[in-house]
Design a protein around this ligand. Structure first.
Ligand SMILES: NC(=O)C1=CN([C@@H]2O[C@H](COP(=O)(O)OP(=O)(O)OC[C@H]3O[C@@H](n4cnc5c(N)ncnc54)[C@H](OP(=O)(O)O)[C@@H]3O)[C@@H](O)[C@H]2O)C=CC1
Ligand SMILES: CC(C)CCC[C@@H](C)[C@H]1CC[C@H]2C3=CC=C4C[C@@H](O)CC[C@]4(C)[C@H]3CC[C@]12C
Length: 469
């Protein structure tokens, strides 16, 4: 049920589409909250997250490396073991380090990502028009970038092996590596914030007097330096590729230590196929909430550099020290269900893209697409129209695509077994993130489309889980 404050905006004719979810909640808060609540959401909340997230990622690695993957052991050592005091933990955990080999790897990787993004061929495509009338232009070379990068990685691994070296060096120095990425990511976010405040690339920016808010949420929607799109680099070209490479490196390390291990292979394969799907659909990703709604700040940039490296790779990382034997039957079952989840998730995103690119003149599951034409007004007064698909997956629930996404996260974590909760932290995080995202997206669409969205909600009642939520 929409709440009262949402109702106020239901028939709002003009919606600031440059705003993000935080701005939407900000608009709502004008009507519902008092100043001291704003102080919490704009100062205390970002401050807590900027401190606790790095600490959280670091703790997870520490638990894997020093507490046998057991959260209970971590806390019992913390409270009852004299050799590990809270002071020791905090000293080690606030980790702004420069580990020089890691610095070289990170900078080289970043330069590689930027150069390849610039030189690889691909047709130009446009992102959605912003409220200020800006149309971001990208080159569609994500998939070729991913494939070329994997080939280079394989060749590099062979060369390193011939010289008695291995990319698993990164696993061996994972704590230093992650600390260095963390330092680097904080510096980058600070730089991106300053750039947004003093030299914004487009008019789609929102700066406040509160630097904490600006640091956490970001200032610019489409920051570019020498025409290089920062969000494309951090989210896709660095973030997603590093996820694929790190999962491969952790799988290689498991093989180095324990020989062939089916559990590590299953997790790695599912991750690689999922990320292949991601890069295939990258131009679709550049039209999602992360890009058109969320600005470049700590949440997105630090998240894609550190949170993804530390938390999204956790099942593969955990398997290095906790390998399992699945056997051929379980291997085949998990792989089949995993590939099916990836396919359904992709198909669902694709249905939406197809219906919009054909202006509603396409078939969905063999029948003419059921659509709702939703009008909205940009801040500059111009009227625009979008198509809402009300058949296929989009008739089952309004965010049905999150279900296969969650199923997959569970499937690539379950080779870790069920003795420890740690490898499921990604799954738990994703569950919370997606349920909250479904809510945020509903708010955003209601503000944008008004009655048309309500009409869609009447046809499709459920947010995510049919019959439940
Ligand atoms: N692993 C991870 O950490 C995460 C993965 N994901 C994955 O990323 C992908 C994209 O997800 P996400 O960014 O959340 O969502 P999307 O941005 O792709 O989808 C939501 C948007 O689609 C449009 N829309 C909503 N309903 C309809 C409809 N019925 N017909 C047509 N368009 C509609 C609206 O945008 P508009 O303004 O254009 O109308 C809405 O804001 C998914 O596959 C998801 O599973 C997502 C989050 C986290
Ligand atoms: C507490 C935090 C600092 C949280 C940071 C969260 C971000 C790192 C993630 C938020 C949304 C995530 C993503 C959205 C959609 C995606 C498409 C999918 O196909 C691949 C993954 C991803 C790009 C994913 C990546 C991490 C987030 C940006």
């Amino acid at each position: 049920m929409p709440n009262q404050s949402e109702d106020k905006f239901k028939h709002k004719k003009s919606v600031d589409l440059t705003t993000d979810h935080n701005d939407i909640s900000h608009q709502l808060s004008i009507h519902t909250r008092q100043g001291h609540n704003k102080f919490w959401s704009e100062s205390i909340f970002p401050l807590i997250l900027c401190f606790s997230c790095p600490f959280f990622v670091r703790s997870i690695v520490f638990i894997c490396g020093h507490c046998h993957g057991s959260i209970i052991e971590f806390f019992s050592r913390l409270f009852f073991d004299q050799t590990m005091t809270l002071k020791h933990v905090l000293e080690n955990f606030f980790y702004f380090q420069w580990h020089w080999p890691s610095v070289i790897i990170i900078i080289s990787f970043l330069i590689y990502a930027i150069v390849m993004t610039m030189i690889l061929p691909g047709e130009e495509y446009a992102g959605p028009i912003t409220d200020t009338g800006h149309v971001p232009i990208y080159r569609n070379n994500g998939f070729i970038y991913y494939i070329v990068s994997l080939i280079i990685f394989i060749l590099l691994t062979i060369v390193l092996k011939l010289n008695h070296l291995s990319p698993t060096y990164i696993y061996d120095h994972w704590e230093e590596f992650l600390s260095t990425v963390n330092t680097f990511a904080f510096l980058l976010c600070f730089f991106v914030m300053l750039k947004g405040k003093y030299m914004p690339s487009t008019d789609d920016h929102r700066s406040s007097s509160n630097w904490l808010t600006d640091f956490y949420r970001g200032v610019e929607l489409y920051p570019r330096i020498f025409n290089i799109d920062i969000k494309l680099i951090t989210n896709c070209r660095y973030g997603m590729l590093s996820w694929a490479l790190l999962s491969s490196i952790f799988c290689m390390k498991t093989f180095e230590l324990h020989g062939y291990t089916d559990s590590a292979l299953v997790t790695c394969l599912l991750t690689l196929v999922y990320l292949t799907k991601f890069f295939w659909w990258e131009s679709g990703y550049m039209k999602t909430m992360d890009i058109i709604v969320d600005r470049a700040g700590f949440y997105l940039c630090w998240g894609c550099l550190v949170w993804v490296s530390g938390l999204y790779t956790l099942p593969s990382y955990f398997l290095v020290t906790h390998p399992n034997k699945l056997g051929p039957v379980l291997t085949i079952i998990i792989l089949t269900l995993g590939f099916l989840s990836i396919y359904i998730n992709y198909d669902c995103d694709q249905q939406k893209i197809d219906v919009r690119s054909s202006n509603g003149q396409c078939k969905v599951w063999g029948k003419p697409a059921q659509i709702i034409r939703a009008k909205y007004v940009l801040l500059n007064g111009k009227q625009s129209e979008s198509i809402l698909l009300a058949s296929g997956y989009w008739a089952i629930s309004r965010h049905f695509h999150y279900i296969p996404e969650l199923a997959l996260a569970f499937l690539w974590s379950c080779p870790c077994g069920f003795h420890y909760i740690l490898p499921y932290i990604y799954f738990i995080f994703l569950y919370i993130l997606l349920m909250h995202r479904a809510h945020r997206d509903d708010q955003k669409c209601r503000l944008k489309y008004g009655i048309a969205w309500d009409k869609y909600c009447q046809v499709v009642r459920w947010k995510v889980w049919p019959g439940i939520y």
